[in-house]
Design a protein around this ligand. Structure first.
Ligand SMILES: [Zn+2]
Length: 202
């Protein structure tokens, strides 16, 4: 990299070092690589980023990413099971284990751990309940993390679904306390999924 600071380069390094897993050092390496491959990397990257920015939105029903020009997968066909996760990274991790091939519902976070449960903060909980009722879903699998917030959220959801005729299960306790789904190894996740049990409603 040059000693003289080029503002555009500095800006780019700053942005890239905000990405997960990257610090300033690797950001610099990436920027250097980009600059050395203007046509092969910068050009298509800029184009793709612009397209993603313009065309990709979060579905307001299921929370998944979708193209602005097409219907979301959650409207596609009937389904029996919904796996409820906190975020998209969690969904990708579960998908990659191959243990669940059904539909997902991405809440967009968790409820705060204390009792202020009216504060859903834009979480897609109402739309989950609508989905369950509308599609006569048979099982809701709660795959929120094993943190206090994750447990609070999972209880709140099962409570909200009391009147719907649906089986509600929660991942088995193999998930370490405080464990975020995203960071579980495949084996743990697999057995937690396989050994999932009914949620006790009290
Ligand atoms: Zn959707």
């Amino acid at each position: 990299m040059t000693d003289k600071n080029v503002k555009e380069i500095d800006d780019l390094i700053k942005i890239i070092s905000k990405l997960p897993g990257l610090g300033p050092k690797s950001a610099k390496r990436i920027v250097l690589k980009l600059i050395n491959k203007r046509e092969e990397l910068i050009k298509p990257l800029a184009k793709t980023l612009a397209q993603v920015y313009k065309n990709i939105v979060r579905c307001k029903i299921c929370g998944n990413l979708k193209s602005i020009n097409s219907n979301c997968i959650c409207l596609s066909k009937k389904y029996d099971q919904i796996c409820v996760v906190e975020n998209i990274a969690d969904m990708w991790v579960i998908e990659s284990t191959g243990i669940f091939k059904g539909h997902y519902h991405i809440l967009g976070g968790t409820l705060p751990s204390f009792e202020n449960k009216n504060n859903e903060n834009g979480l897609l909980i109402d739309s989950l309940i609508n989905r369950v009722k509308k599609n006569s879903v048979k099982e809701v699998i709660l795959a929120t993390s094993a943190s206090i917030e994750g447990e609070t959220t999972s209880h709140y959801i099962s409570d909200s679904l009391k009147d719907a005729k649906v089986k509600i299960t929660r991942l088995a306790k193999g998930v370490p306390v405080g464990g975020e789904i995203e960071f579980l190894d495949d084996g743990t996740l697999f057995s937690a999924f396989k050994n999932r049990g009914p949620v006790a409603n009290d």
